[in-house]
Design a binder for this molecule. Structure first.
Ligand SMILES: [Zn+2]
Length: 384
């Protein structure tokens, strides 16, 4: 049994699986994997206030080593469909390029993983020398509460143990083989709140303008780098994203000022150390004045899959197919790898990311063939 990665990617692109809708995508995957001998589970998760989301877990083999191929079939909305050269859910091919929402992020990579796994199994009597699993969520592009995080917990409760994972996010900036992600920065959101005393703008002595103090505190928080970076990470960074007093008048000193910020942090920090650092800087600048910081709960901690045998195996497979030695990077936003890393080492490698989430998202057919060859080599080496 085999599937053609281009045909299967095309079939997946024709499923309108904008988060939280399954759109038929998981059903297609289920059919193929079940046909190849995987035991397939479709699992729906719920959360008060959020949409139910369907997920899929499939495994073949009963022993170790256990390699998990992870991904998501949900996609971001297409935006203005009239601006697409080819309809975002038509799966059109033109000049060797497959168009559609999810082409690179990341239905294309899922098709490649499926094709590679089936080829590997067919070449090895239908059974892996260990276990292969597919962990596919429908809740990655949304709020990600009914997806990978719960699917991993569900699998662990069934006694599933994973040795390594490859997540198929599009990791290459320009060409296949550019970049493997071996970790991700953490992300933390906070709001700085400075209370004041409201009053007439012509009588500032009778008021206490919080804008003066919030400006000083913000400047102090931003004045120095948070760290100098580390072996595998850029320096941590804080960006203010909004500054508000909500004041619609011209003659009232406001009662309160707020500034929201996000921090992307590396492995020199934890959430606790960052909070302590920012609060210390703010306190010094506030000089006894009132302020507080409200921190949002974050499930995006920094992590690093240390370079070693598994990373080397993946890099070698990429180099053999593309002729390029991929950079080992921790750049970019967060991904579901932040949840997977609590269960097993995870690296991310997929297609070229220059059109992800954009109008005319697309993938070259030759990249689908090459990525399938890379995944196939990874499987062959892993289960050698
Ligand atoms: Zn993605």
């Amino acid at each position: 049994m085999s599937v053609d990665p281009v045909t299967f990617a095309r079939d997946l692109l024709r499923c309108p699986s904008v988060t939280p809708h399954e759109g038929g995508a998981l059903a297609l995957i289920e059919k193929v994997l079940a046909g190849a001998g995987f035991s397939v589970h479709r699992v729906t998760f719920s959360e008060p206030g959020a949409d139910d989301v369907e997920n899929l877990y499939a495994r073949i083999g009963t022993t170790g080593p256990h390699l998990v191929l992870a991904g998501h079939t949900d996609v971001v909305p297409p935006g203005d469909e009239t601006r697409w050269r080819h309809s975002p859910f038509a799966g059109d091919i033109a000049d060797g390029v497959l168009f559609g929402r999810g082409a690179v992020d990341m239905k294309g990579a899922i098709a490649c993983k499926l094709a590679a796994a089936l080829d590997h199994l067919a070449a090895n009597g239908g059974k892996p020398n260990g276990s292969i699993s597919f962990l596919i969520t429908g809740d990655e592009e949304g709020i990600a509460v009914n997806g990978t995080v719960k699917l991993l917990r569900w699998a662990a409760a069934r006694g599933e143990k994973f040795d390594h994972c490859i997540l198929g996010e599009p990791t290459n900036p320009r060409a296949l083989g550019d970049m493997v992600k071996i970790g991700r920065r953490g992300s933390l959101n906070g709001t700085l709140i400075v209370p004041g005393t409201q009053g007439h703008v012509a009588y500032p002595a009778l008021a206490d303008n919080p804008v003066r103090r919030i400006v000083a505190v913000m400047a102090a928080v931003m004045a120095e780098p948070l760290d100098a970076g580390s072996d595998h990470f850029d320096p941590s960074n804080l960006e203010f994203t909004s500054v508000d007093v909500g004041n619609k008048t011209v003659n009232v000193i406001p009662a309160e000022a707020r500034a929201r910020f996000n921090i992307r942090f590396n492995d020199r920090h934890t959430q606790a150390s960052l909070k302590a650092l920012i609060e210390a800087r703010a306190a010094a600048a506030a000089r006894g004045g009132r302020f507080r910081i409200e921190w949002e709960p974050s499930n995006a901690d920094v992590f690093l899959t240390k370079p070693g045998a598994f990373v080397d195996l993946v890099s070698a497979a990429i180099a053999e197919v593309t002729g390029r030695k991929p950079a080992l990077s921790t750049s970019g936003g967060t991904s579901d790898a932040r949840f997977i890393k609590d269960y097993c080492p995870v690296v991310e490698f997929g297609l070229v990311n220059d059109t992800m989430h954009k109008i005319d998202e697309r993938v070259a057919m030759r990249d689908l063939a090459a990525l399938t060859a890379i995944y196939r080599r990874i499987l062959d080496r892993y289960f050698a």
